[in-house]
Design a protein around this ligand. Sequence first.
Ligand SMILES: Cc1ncc(COP(=O)(O)O)c(C=O)c1O
Length: 371
Amino acid sequence: MQYVRMPIEIEAPEQLGYHTIDCNLTESSYTDFKFGELGLNLDDLILAYIDHVGHPGLRKLLSADTGGKIGPDRILLTAGAATALFIISTSLLDRGDEMVVVRPNYGTNLETPRAIGAVVKIVDLHYENSWKIDPESVMRVVTSKTKFVSITVPHNPTGTMMSLESLQAIVKATGELGIPLLVDETYREMAFCLGGALPYAATLGDHVISVSSFSKTFGLPGIRLGWLMTQNAKLFEKFFAGKEQIQICNSALDEEIGFQFYQKRAQFLPRILENLKRRHDMVSTWMTAHPYLEWTKPTGGCVGFPRFKNANFNTEKFYSTLNEEFKTHVGPGHWFEQPKRYFRLGYGWPDDVQLKRGLANIDAAIQKVHK
Ligand SMILES: Cc1ncc(COP(=O)(O)O)c(C=O)c1O
């Protein structure tokens, strides 16, 4: 493995120190919960090694969410979606193997296959095409040597969704070739603009692998708890072996917190989605007829990916003014292998006041560049 640190991690707010930032519009999750807000009881928790697959009660709840289509024995709990993605890549790829992945994307989906030394065939998405993941464009680069195809829906960093028909088309096309399809659906529940989430992708075919976690919709990235799901027994066994070799089992503490939270998620979810929707509307209003910025309006997730209308805008000066003078941060394009003309704007994490101030600071920094 040839590990290389990614800009998105090097420049992450937690690495810079949250206290150095006033308006944090970099995040791709809902506002982090405080432990005390959750009302959990952990006194009887025994800090032992736990079930290697993951908390049976939590897997049962997740299985029920899939309508029982994915059994608890085909759900592997992992240390965040990031570890699930790592397990999948390292299980399916050896050096020189070919895989297909869309870009822009969450960095790990590109970087782990590269670290393995795989041949990474990239399908670039485009602003001009509303960042659509077009099944035909993806399948055009797939060959008989492709070990797996990797997509992210709802999409990070653009917040765009696939229609169910498009998702089904790519499931069908990969299925006919017998190629595993990884669907990173870490933002799945945040499909508020379409009136509901897509089905768990793994329910759509035996060759499909779903990945998600507690980090984004539930605002619990600090418990490092996620999962992968697949109907396919052989794939599952391989992924399970990978997990055991990496970590044996998850943290007992993280899983118990995740389990108790998930039991009462109905108490939290409506307020989360309501807040997300309101913040989404705030940003949409700000973007409407914006003199300097344009975007594809997000339909899911909690991020958008605006760009400067002027391709030659002085982005270096913009980002340094925004960060240093206004203590406001967004995710610049290079975090996603895109020009710095683009930036990811996370609107789910800051409260309304901080978000409003952050948007005003972006405008003020743009004005300063123009002076
Ligand atoms: C699309 C996507 N997948 C996976 C992850 C990893 O999330 P976690 O490991 O916190 O569950 C992220 C985090 O930003 C993401 O955006």
